[in-house]
Design a protein around this ligand. Sequence first.
Ligand code: CP
Ligand code: NVA
Length: 312
Amino acid sequence: MGTLSVHDLISIHDLTAQDIEKIFQKSIELKDALKKGKETPELKGKTLAMVFEKRSTRTRISFEVGMTQLGGHAIFLSRDDTHIGKGEPIKDFAGVVDGYCNGIMARTFEHKTVVELAKYAEIPIINGLTDFNHPCQILADFLTIKEHRKSFDNMKVAWFGDGNNVCHSFMYMCAKLKIDLAIATPEDYKPSQKVWDDIKSYKKSEMYWTATPQEAADNADVVVTDTWISMGDPEYQDPELRKKKVDHFKPYQVNKDLCTHAKENYYFMHCLPAYRDFEVTPEVIDGPHSLIYPEAHNRLHAQKGVMALLMK
Ligand code: CP
Ligand code: NVA
């Protein structure tokens, strides 16, 4: 297997369809080896620095476990553990960590921080979620769909809720893999125009926005949502703003009624953390169509694939 066409994983937008397939193949290979109890010390002696400006359950654990399983080591750095939180320039941080580590995974508020890290660091930078994108999540999601559905042919994905970071990465991935995507969000929470502009050059599948959730759900193979309150949103800290946003988003809740519009054997996905009875009802997220745990488990396998390909 060759390496990827990119040095960093900042956005799905930067990958080719071949890169995505290579990541899936490497992830499946490493997942199979783990199942068989075979060791895969592909990153023996290597270290990943993990920078977290925001909270995490899955990203932190899966990257750290992934490095252990690949024979390497990961260092957890919260916002207050380094001088970045007190204004040390990203350029200096990147220049210094370059000499110690073999890669940096960063979860930052602003997307431009990750872009700046990639500009100054010589080691690979992996985006662990910004306000704009969540590429690792989407690689895990499509690895999960590949495993469960076997193929991406004749597939329609339907997105409900907030048109922000995770939705943007779904858009890039569906456009790259030529998968149809319907997006239902409130009018004032549509995905960024930048993503529509970016995908224009390679979009061959059908992708559209609608304010009507039933229209998006119609005949969908995969139904997806995300929290209505993202980290860094003003609503995250303010209960009154949160209540307002929740009321505004209520028509976009994924519930049993909405899912009657999807295909009978649809899959439900959610990157987690989930807030039951807000963006999704328990009968859907805890029901037979839900893939939330295989999806979360695949964060480990997809990221191992990415790290093995970028950091070896
Ligand atoms: N889905 C996801 O990124 O989860 P964490 O915020 O727990 O890392
Ligand atoms: N949209 C969410 C995703 C969390 C994994 C957030 O940005 O907080």
